[in-house]
Design a protein around this ligand. Sequence first.
Ligand code: ATP
Length: 310
Amino acid sequence: MPLLEIEGLTKFYGKKKAVDNLSFSVEEGQIFGFVGPNGAGKTTTMKIMCGLLRADGGCVKINGMDISKNLSKVKALIGYMPDFFGVYDNLKVNEYLEFFAHAYRIKGTKAQKITDDLLELVRLTDKKYDFVDSLSRGMKQRLCLARCLIHNPLLLVLDEPASGMDPQSRIEMKEILKNLKDMGKTIIISSHILPELSELCTHVGIINQGRMVAQGDIAQITMLAHGTKRIKVRFAEDFEEALTVFKEFPAVSNVQVIENGYILSFDGDDNDMFLLIKGLIDRGARVCEVGLVEGSLEEAFMKAIQEVEN
Ligand SMILES: Nc1ncnc2c1ncn2[C@@H]1O[C@H](COP(=O)(O)OP(=O)(O)OP(=O)(O)O)[C@@H](O)[C@H]1O
């Protein structure tokens, strides 16, 4: 059973259809990138899945429970980070986290221990006694992330967690999200910053005009851009004979030269890949790297969006 299951979700604002018959699911342990242009319907979908907005049609299930029938139980399973951070006059960082801990009925030394652990996780331990409003935007967003984790939720829903951050803060946020991934958290993260998502996410859903236009794991989404997988093969030293070997394999096309290697389109299965690597080694190649080319998520995104618009 998937941790999150969305089926036929629809939401209107007046006559405007913001979410249009949207369906997707997220399994435990996945990091699901929710990608789309401005106004695509990401925030609306995330708010519905966290029980903050009511849908006009369709259904959201968390851990098999229908959110419309089990709102308080489901809310306890989710940590939601909105795309804005409020103003907190005269509240210090530790007071802020303890305040939210109390809201979850976590009190006393337990609340203090959770505060300390979370501040360490989001790298704000040295800001513990600073006023929240004195923090930089990046620090506030990290604090907001810590707040979402107080009740140890099963599912984290993060709406543009790195928006408006400088490059350094974005890197810090990405490192923290990687830590959460390593801890086995299931995360849905919306973003415009596609290349960053490709490093972090295991799966991606591309949304446009309220509809899911493409979804799959990173390899499937990357394939969208080229029609096939893009593979990088590198050798310990220059190996020009590779071009002859590639010609013997119909699965290989579109070969591009890089330093000590090649990037190629590969339309084959694991056995074809084994035979290709074996073929190269048998001809004397010192193969030192074979891997999927990432970073073409941007192209897949543009392609998916264009296909819908045409
Ligand atoms: N409260 C509202 N009232 C009316 N229309 C709204 C409201 N909230 C969102 N919309 C509209 O619904 C559509 C989807 O908005 P939503 O904020 O969900 O998109 P988004 O993908 O999160 O966009 P962004 O990346 O800009 O945050 C947009 O056309 C938006 O203008």
